[in-house]
Design a binder for this molecule. Sequence first.
Ligand code: SF4
Ligand code: SF4
Length: 468
Amino acid sequence: MRVPGLGGLFRWRYARPLLQAPLLVVSIVMILHGLFGPTLAPKNLATTLSWLHFRGVLVLVLLCAGNFFCLACPFMLVRQWARRVFRPRFNWPRALRNKWFSVGLFVLILFTYELFDLWSSPWWTAWLIVAYFLSVLVVDGFFKHASFCKFVCPIGQFNFVASTLSPFEVKVRDQDVCTRCHTKDCIRGRREPVSDLVMIRGCELALFQPRKVGNMDCTFCLDCVHACPHDNIGILSRLPARELMVDPIRSGIGYFSRRKDLAALAIIFAFGALLNAFGMVSPVYAVETWLGRMLHVSHEAPVLGLIFTFFLIVEPILLLGLAAWLTRIWTRSSRALLPLAVRYAYGLVPLGFGMWLAHYCFHFLTGLYTVIPVTQNAIASLGRPFLGEPRWALTGLPANVVQVIEIGFLVLGFAGSLAVTYGLAEDDSPDRPLRAFLPWAAVCLVLWFASMWLMLQPMEMRATLMSG
Ligand code: SF4
Ligand code: SF4
């Protein structure tokens, strides 16, 4: 916030709409091109921008900075406009104030992505974006605060988990200033003194700055920054992943170690990364064919359902259950297996993020320049080719260069998971940290070998003209 230019922009109240507006325009162009443009995915802006560029940029920004996609989220701009007309009247149901629903949606998106080959269908991709806009309008049209972001949005949950590894966090500069502060505008909102009307809203995600810990649930919307009358909130640097190793009570979240839903999100984040990559390497077809023959079914849905059940439920239960059991025996602990598994599940987040980075950057970097001919083609199809004829020969970086980068991400993720797991073991079992650490390190090793094996398989060049 003190960087010349950038700080001024982020302090400005309308910084968010300014960043959201271009993404909204891009979203509309993607929807129109997806519905009315070329049906071949590598020639369509909906598919190339969604499945190559957006995902790659998203994970790189999360790694290098923080949850800046949520800051510039175009869905929230439309929601803000709609809320001028429709004021939400209800509170989000108490029973759904957790991550279970969004975990289910996250899995559903991964499943439909594989089942309907979304990367190869501009039409379905366009409808997915439309469905997203409609869901935001319905949920936040009925329910107050940021219900969609906190309890529904699968992209948001992905960003929240991944941003625990980001180097920046929105947090208070000086706790003493907060102690002396009487208004607590960062959560209540800045109010008109006489009418008590909210002029600048406080945190819609229920994160009270003085007690906020880490990036979980923070959309980087900067409302708190604008509301604080003492200029006491900034975007500050911190040690990535540190927040996963500690377990203080967190505003708006509680204790990580008591949140089974959050642990499930972390597990789906990690195992889903491997499963998503597994879906684009050739051995998956052999497995699907074999399962189809065993089950005597020809439709892909039940086969895919079985694969998802194995990788997202059976495998985590077996691996984490075994590790928790060994931890309990080796540390002579009397704790039940489930709390132990919940506590250590957060250690898998760096591994999972390494895999998402490797996978998405493979598509992004090997198809880096494809946006140029696709845009040229889209403009030429309007009858005015002022960007010239499409240069279809432009693709991206060579696959062998990208592979080195992928392996780098996997090594980084593995090292991160080992560090977090050891930190958890030290915190959890100060007398015998090594004994508590070893079973989880073994789980990390198994997953890392699986990640490396996956990344060394020939991959489908999805949404590029090199795809088969
Ligand atoms: S962040 Fe600002 S508004 Fe919130 S308690 Fe601290 S000083 Fe007060
Ligand atoms: S703490 Fe709340 S208000 Fe502040 S940036 Fe995060 S989500 Fe926005």
